[in-house]
Design a protein around this ligand. Structure first.
Ligand code: GUN
Ligand code: FE
Length: 452
C-alpha cells in the first residue's frame, strides 16, 4: 500500500545518528511533513502539543505498525549506474585491467538508448526498493544516455546527482568509448547540466548535475582544467576517483610529481561540493587539504577489497575532520545495499585495526585505533552522506527532507529475527546487520512513497 507523508504526519519509532558514535532513538514520535516534503516538527509521546497536532492531522496521520522501525533514507555516495548488469561479475582482475577488459566495453553499450533505458530503469527501481533514497551517480561518457539516467531518476522520484563521465585521453581510453576532445567533453558536460537544471519536472531540484572527470589517468590536463573552470563558474557538485589503488595513485605521482588530491586541487576540482571516491592512499597533508576545501570521501569498503590493495584509514580520516559518506561503487562492489556497505565498513575497519597476517606477532599485525562501530557506519550512510553533498538529508529533524524508510523486522522473507530483544540498541544492531530488501516496507523521498 502506498502511503504519502507529504502534507501529513507519521507516528512511530525512528533511529537516526545525527552525529558520529551516537544513536538517537526517537521513540513513538510524531513527525509532521509539509506539502513539499520537509520535516516541520517532531513531537515525542506526551508532548503537550502532540494531541493538538494529532487532531489537526486527523486521517492524514499514518502509524507504523508494531515491529516496523523508521530510518533516514540511505545515501549512496558513489555508484556507477551503467555497471549494474555486471554486478557480481568480473571481479578477477586488478583495476587497470578490469576497466579495459570488462568495464569500458560494457559502458560503451549505453550509446544504445534502448539498452540504457532498460538497464537504468531496473537499477533505479532496485535501489529505491533497497532503501537508497539518494545516489551520486557516475553515468557514462555519452551525453544522451546521461540525460536519460537523470530523466529516469526524476520520473521515479529518487534524489540523485548525475554526472556525464569525462574520459578524453586517447592513450588511456578505447577509441569507441572516449570523448572526442577536451573541448567536446566540457561542452557535453555543460549540455547535461543545462538539461537537468531546466527539466520541467525537476523544479524542486531533486536531481542535480555533477561534473565528473572519471579519474586523472583517463583525462588530459586540458579536460581537467576545463572542468575545474566549469566547477567554479556553475558551482555544481564534482566527483571523481582519487588514489584508489597502488596503480592509480602511482600514475598521478609519476605524471605530476604530486599526490592525486593535490593535483585535483591544482585543477580547481576540490570544492565544498566535491566527492572523491575511495581515496585510500591519502596522506595526512591530503586530508588537511580536503578539510580546508570541505571536500568529502566516498568510502567504498566492499569494492576496496577487490581493487584498492588496501583498507581506507576511515577512523583516522574522521578524526582529522574529513567529511565521509559510504558508496557501493557498483560494480566494483558487488552489492547494491547500503546496509551491506555499513557491515563491510565495520568489518574492514576491524581488519585494518587487528591486521590480517597470522605470521606476524599480534602487536605488529595491525594499525591500532582503526576500528569503527556500527553506529558510526550508519551515521556515514545517512547523515555523513548529507554533509558530504551539502544537502539537508540523512537526519530526522525540522528543516531536513523527509527521505526515510520503514523496516519491517517481522518480515518472514527477510533476514532479521528478533527473539527477546527489547532494548532499542539491540533492535538497531539486528536491523542493520540483517535487513534485506524483503524487510523494507516503505521508502519515501520528499515524503512521497517511491516503491511501486
Ligand atoms: N577508476 C576509474 N574508473 C573506475 C570505475 O569505474 N570503478 C572503480 N572502482 N574505479 C575506477
Ligand atoms: Fe568507482
Amino acid at each position: 500500500m502506498n502511503i504519502n507523508i507529504a502534507g501529513a504526519g507519521i507516528i512511530g519509532t525512528f533511529f537516526h545518528a545525527p552525529t558520529r558514535d551516537r544513536l538517537e532513538v526517537l521513540e513513538n514520535v510524531l513527525i509532521r511533513v509539509d506539502d513539499a516534503g520537509a520535516i516541520t516538527d517532531i513531537h515525542p509521546a506526551g508532548d503537550s502539543m502532540r494531541t493538538l497536532v494529532e487532531a489537526e492531522l486527523g486521517e492524514r496521520l499514518f502509524r507504523l505498525p508494531d515491529g516496523h522501525y523508521g530510518l533516514p533514507g540511505l545515501v549512496d555516495l558513489h555508484i556507477h549506474a551503467p555497471q549494474y548488469p555486471q554486478l557480481g561479475l568480473a571481479l578477477d582482475e586488478p583495476l587497470e585491467v578490469w576497466l579495459q577488459k570488462y568495464t569500458f566495453p560494457l559502458e560503451a553499450r549505453y550509446a544504445d538508448l534502448d539498452f540504457a533505458r532498460t538497464h537504468y530503469s531496473v537499477l533505479v527501481a532496485d535501489l529505491l526498493a533497497t532503501g537508497t533514497t539518494t545516489a551520486l551517480y557516475f553515468a557514462t561518457q555519452h551525453e544522451a544516455a546521461t540525460k536519460l539516467l537523470a530523466d529516469i531518476c526524476i520520473e521515479k522520484g529518487q534524489r540523485a546527482l548525475v554526472g556525464k563521465v569525462v574520459m578524453d585521453d586517447p592513450a588511456a581510453c578505447p577509441d569507441d568509448y572516449r570523448d572526442e576532445s577536451a573541448a567536446t567533453a566540457v561542452a557535453e558536460t555543460r549540455a547535461v547540466i543545462a538539461h537537468i537544471q531546466a527539466h520541467p519536472k525537476n523544479g524542486a531540484g531533486r536531481v542535480l548535475p555533477v561534473i565528473t572527470p572519471r579519474f586523472i589517468p583517463s583525462c588530459t590536463d586540458e579536460a581537467l582544467a576545463g572542468l575545474g573552470a566549469l566547477a567554479e563558474e556553475c558551482g555544481c557538485h564534482v566527483q571523481t576517483h582519487c588514489s584508489e589503488s597502488d596503480w592509480a595513485h602511482g600514475h598521478v605521482l609519476q605524471r605530476f610529481g604530486i599526490t592525486d588530491a593535490a593535483a585535483l586541487d591544482s585543477f580547481g576540482l576540490l570544492t565544498r561540493k566535491t566527492v572523491l571516491a575511495h581515496s585510500n592512499f591519502l596522506t595526512d597533508d591530503d586530508m588537511d587539504r580536503l578539510v580546508a576545501r570541505g571536500a568529502a570521501v566516498a568510502h567504498c569498503a566492499l569494492s576496496n577489497v577487490y581493487f584498492a590493495n588496501s583498507v581506507f584509514p576511515l577512523r583516522h580520516a574522521l578524526e582529522k575532520g574529513v567529511h565521509v559518506g559510504l558508496g557501493t561503487d557498483i560494480s566494483g562492489g558487488p552489492s547494491a545495499s547500503l546496509f551491506e556497505a555499513c557491515r563491510t565498513t565495520v568489518q574492514s575497519s576491524r581488519m585494518l585495526a587487528e591486521g590480517t597476517d597470522p605470521s606476524l606477532p599480534a602487536d605488529e599485525r595491525g594499525r591500532p585505533n582503526s576500528a569503527i562501530d556500527l553506529v558510526t557506519a550508519f551515521h556515514l550512510a545517512t547523515a555523513g552522506g548529507g554533509v558530504a553533498l551539502d544537502l539537508p538529508i540523512g537526519v530526522l529533524a525540522p528543516g531536513y527532507r523527509f527521505d526515510a524508510l520503514a523496516v519491517d523486522t517481522n518480515a518472514r522473507a527477510g533476514a532479521i529475527r528478533l527473539f527477546d530483544e527489547t532494548a532499542p540498541a539491540a533492535v538497531f544492531q539486528k536491523l542493520i546487520y540483517g535487513a534485506t530488501r524483503a524487510n523494507i516496507a516503505h521508502v519515501w523521498v520528499d515524503g512521497i512513497e517511491r516503491t511501486p
